[in-house]
Design a protein around this ligand. Structure first.
Ligand code: MN
Length: 270
């Protein structure tokens, strides 16, 4: 009985997401309701922090899965991350259609977000940035690997998404579902995928941990490049060490909370 009801719920979920039936038309436009202001405030803070820490410039975006409905996500209208306020947050379904557009401009690369949310039920926040220090690793043969403990989530490997493999010569933006899905496939079960000649995508089980990963990915790229310039073999974190660090760095970890509080306070003063 339990298995049957689970199957029915599962089919309903899939049908609501993908089928062209009338039920979908009704569910696609329905709002999941207003999210807790504290959660919206954390999404605003994530935008400000990533701008303040040099991960996002005037471009890039961060989203969270809607706390009330896993088939919705929340993200700012098309605006520079440092300027985001609670009023700018929009709700999207997993086709990246806005629930209520009200004339607001939308990010062209929003398909990055919905395809990852569809592929990864564990993911609750997605960041797309042009994190500058990762770009050299996206265009060369040097793979990014963790050189310090705070970037242990880069283990065991960091894939590089190549849009040419999916769509030939593009304008470099993930501007449709096909490219979004190919990027999600590149990411696989990992935390970070580089995007060749463009930037990266970073995910996490909470917005706090996704922000941690995005900031420390940028930092690791700088430190790894410095280590490479010193010459000789580099003593990266071993996969076993990385696994132990990752086991103590979950969404509720004290180190993640401590750093988040600091970054948030610094970023929200203006
Ligand atoms: Mn971009």
């Amino acid at each position: 009985m339990r298995n049957v009801s689970r199957w029915v719920i599962g089919c309903g979920f899939v049908a609501a997401l993908f089928a062209g039936d009338p039920a979908r038309a009704q569910t696609a436009s329905a709002s999941a309701g207003a999210a807790d202001p504290a959660i919206i405030n954390n999404l605003v803070a994530a935008n400000r922090i990533l701008a303040a820490e040099g991960v996002l410039d005037g471009l890039g975006h961060v989203s969270i899965r809607h706390p009330g409905n896993p088939a919705r996500y929340l993200m700012a209208r098309s605006i520079a991350p440092a300027l985001v306020t609670a009023d700018d947050i929009m709700e999207y379904d997993l086709d990246s259609s806005p629930i209520e557009q009200r004339g607001r401009a939308m990010f062209r690369e929003r398909f990055i977000h919905d395809e990852i949310y569809k592929a990864r039920p564990d993911v609750r926040a997605v960041i797309h940035s042009h994190s500058p220090s990762v770009i050299p690793f996206s265009v060369s043969q040097a793979p990014m690997r963790p050189v310090f403990h705070s970037a242990a989530f880069l283990s065991p490997s960091v894939p590089v998404f190549e849009p040419r493999a999916t769509a030939g010569m593009t304008d470099m933006l993930v501007g449709d579902r096909k490219l979004g899905k190919a990027l999600a496939d590149s990411l696989g079960e990992g935390s970070v995928a580089l995007m060749r000649g463009h930037g990266n995508v970073v995910v996490g089980p909470s917005v706090q941990l996704a922000v941690w990963r995005a900031v420390y990915t940028e930092m690791n790229a700088r430190l790894q490049l410095q280590a490479m310039q010193l010459g000789g073999p580099i003593n990266y974190l071993a996969p076993e060490e990385a696994a132990k660090v990752n086991a103590r760095t979950g969404p509720d970890a004290d180190n993640v909370r401590r750093v988040w509080e600091l970054w948030k306070q610094k970023a929200m003063v203006k």
